[in-house]
Ligand binder design. Structure first.
Ligand SMILES: Nc1ncnc2c1ncn2[C@@H]1O[C@H](COP(=O)(O)OP(=O)(O)OP(=O)(O)O)[C@@H](O)[C@H]1O
Length: 243
């Protein structure tokens, strides 16, 4: 079995206090292995997004530990955590989060700008990422002047710009029609299959979840069940490699 890229130990998240206290995660211990595709599924309010935010180091747990590549993250300073997050993770969200006032290329290269990479290098890597997503011809377009599927491709290009080892996708097809959603799924699973990217997907979409190699089923802040096996035929051999 490949090494765990992410491990949690007794992960707890409590929102609010006193009468408004809400126990969103109630002690989760599990591993995600390098090169796996994992879906986090469950009813609305079960804690999926909360869990993803903790795994992706976007929020800190109330108690318990997240370890990235064997390193417990709670021992690091905030600056180190954000560096680690930017270097290791890519994010694709349902709402796209593209800056409407910037071009496609500017949106895609924003993570590099934040990291202090110079303009020429930024643009070279941005164009390469857009080419990979077949969106290079839209590089100079404003990000608003795109279809939903095109916007999500731009988001995936942005997510790939730092060569992440883990791609987090929160309802990546939630705003797309069925056909466009399937194209985006093909892109995500292609990246997983061909580049060994670890894919962590939060979704209500059963077909999308079924394509993942493993499903963590959440209920009331707990993982109540795990399922394994992907509905993607080509996954079979890769799945054996990753396990
Ligand atoms: N910032 C917050 N303050 C208080 N409660 C919160 C906060 N964020 C989430 N919650 C609560 O924690 C629970 C889990 O929320 P979370 O967003 O993780 O669920 P989810 O499974 O992702 O739901 P959905 O499928 O609707 O997105 C919910 O009951 C929610 O109301």
């Amino acid at each position: 079995m490949s090494a765990p890229v992410l491990e949690t130990e007794n992960l707890v998240k409590v929102y609010g206090r006193g009468e408004s206290r809400f126990d969103a995660l109630k002690g989760l211990t599990f591993e995600i292995h390098q090169g796996e595709s994992v879906a986090i599924v469950g009813k609305s309010g079960s804690g999926k997004s909360t869990l993803m935010h903790l795994l992706a180091l976007l929020d800190a747990p109330t108690a318990g530990v997240v370890a990235l590549e064997g390193q417990p993250v709670n021992k690091l300073k905030p600056k180190q955590v954000s560096k680690l997050r930017n270097e290791t993770f890519g994010f694709v969200f349902q709402q796209f989060f593209l800056n409407p006032n910037q071009t496609v290329l500017e949106n895609v290269t924003l993570p590099l700008k934040i990291a202090g990479v110079g303009t020429a290098e930024r643009n070279r890597r941005g164009m390469a990422a857009l080419e990979q997503l077949e969106m290079a011809d839209k590089a100079k377009n404003k990000a608003t002047n795109l279809s939903g599927g095109q916007k999500q491709r731009v988001c995936i290009a942005r997510a790939l710009i730092n060569n992440p080892s883990v791609l987090f996708a929160d309802e990546p097809t939630g705003n797309l029609d069925t056909n466009t959603g399937e194209i985006v799924e093909d892109i995500l699973f292609g990246l997983h299959r061909d580049h060994g990217i670890t894919l962590v997907v939060v979704t209500h979409d059963e077909d999308l979840a079924a394509k993942c190699q493993r499903r963590l089923i959440m209920q009331d802040g707990l993982i109540v069940r795990e399922e394994t096996g992907s509905s993607l035929p080509a996954e079979a051999s890769h799945q054996e490699d990753a396990q």
